[in-house]
Design a protein around this ligand. Sequence first.
Ligand SMILES: Cc1cc2nc3c(=O)[nH]c(=O)nc-3n(C[C@H](O)[C@H](O)[C@H](O)COP(=O)(O)OP(=O)(O)OC[C@H]3O[C@@H](n4cnc5c(N)ncnc54)[C@H](O)[C@@H]3O)c2cc1C
Length: 510
Amino acid sequence: MPEHHSHVRLPEIPEAYWLNSVHLPTFPSLEDDMQVDVVIVGGGLTGITAAYLLVHEGLRVALLEADTLLHGTTGYTTAKITAQHGLIYDELIRHMGKSKARLYYEANRDALSFIRETIQEQRIDCDFHEEDACIYATTDRGAKQVEQEYEVYQQLGVEGELVDAIPFHIPVHNALSMKRQAQFHPLRYLAHLVQVITDKGGRIFENAVSIDVVDGNQPTVVTRDGHRVTGAKVLACSHFPFYDGQGFYFTRMQADRSYVIAARTDGKYPGGMYISADSPTRSLRSVKIDNEEMVLIGGESHRTGQGNDTLEHYRALEIFGQDVLGLKEILYRWSNQDLITLDNVAYIGEITPDRPNVLVATGYRKWGMTTGTAAAHILRDRVLERNNPYAPLYTPSRFYADPSLRTFLAQNANVAAHLIKGKFDMPLKSADDLAKQEGSVVSFNGARAGAYRDDEGHVHLVDTTCTHLGCEVEWNHGDRTWDCPCHGSRFSHSGEVVEGPANRPLQRLN
Ligand SMILES: Cc1cc2nc3c(=O)[nH]c(=O)nc-3n(C[C@H](O)[C@H](O)[C@H](O)COP(=O)(O)OP(=O)(O)OC[C@H]3O[C@@H](n4cnc5c(N)ncnc54)[C@H](O)[C@@H]3O)c2cc1C
């Protein structure tokens, strides 16, 4: 392994390359009540793809986005489009059997085909190209798992190849590729779908925070401003479901955060998309920035609100990049979180069995490009009462006792610990100790508070009790947000909701 090169400076402000290199139209806020065929909540890949499919069927669709389109998880992805979701098939076959494991593969393979065909037919300029996906192992344990995964590929008829090297300065034990997968610029692709939605009469609203669904003859979405949008079906495509319907989704998912840097390299990128089998996670793909080929390095996943100093995670990726490729300059850095279900398979379908008109799609485990596309098809077919072969695999009401029960208990024990943690220990710092752009838990009037000092020196003080279920939020230094370690809610430095399940801001103390 080569020596570390000297440090390359990290960009001051986190910013996602995708969002910085796409033109997205803006949309009005909702001013009236409306009646449509389908109400879609959430303007990420899932909601937009679902709206695109439904307007093609001639349905009247309203899409409500809390903020601006594509600024949720989709804007911060690494956008590998693949059915190789890390190591998963061996686990699926053990817990669900061969036919469900095969269905999982086919759902994601079909999603990739849909994206490929849509891009080709409509000539969407979004840097789509095919690459082999590859999982590599750097330990004996990882190598055994990779070998086992390869055997499962063979049982399932998945085209894969087991090799003993990859074209990087990484001493691998073995590696498993899945052929002809793909990568793209996700926002350029989705910006095109948005155009088609509006051309076909779909209505899109921004700054429309949905807060509830009320049942009548038809479900009605209620927004924070008090507007009501009614349809035969409501699709909750809001990442974390904006409405729970007593499905207890917050006990059935955890939020996991990852980091990404985009960098100019010393050497030429050798092609392919890579992910490590071992921890810490490392992910590699190329990306074209201003017509120059660069690298996207991702990884360092940890549960939201439970990592170290978040800047350290970017540094770790930088050091890895220096070792394996040599970095000249880091142009972008960003991070975001995705949701993981109890059995690692997404929840797509009726939110609960007794609320069949509210459908949900969530829990993609950082593989939402294909899973979100598959979800949009499942939701469309549910709306049209068509059969979809993949619907039973993803149904949210399933419960696979093994190993979920253990995970469930462990997860909730973890949450309980964070509910209590910190409530009683008083921080030593006070707001006066903070430098500009620094945030911390501080003691304020004899109680615990969250403080952030902005560029102008103004201190923003918030109550650190998460408005979802009362856990204590932690300061995320890298992104300058307050993150909840229990269910992944995130708040801006001044307490505004950045990401649910919370839908009310942190209480301001000044
Ligand atoms: C760092 C990282 C790397 C990743 N890399 C990959 C990868 O290489 N390949 C891959 O397949 N997947 C990857 N993923 C996962 C993938 O990006 C996500 O699974 C996917 O983008 C989720 O899309 P979504 O539409 O479900 O959610 P989002 O994109 O989060 O969209 C949900 C939208 O709903 C809106 N919303 C939320 N609440 C409300 C409300 N109350 N009212 C109205 N609107 C609301 C939000 O503002 C948001 O715009 C990665 C994820 C991360 C974090």
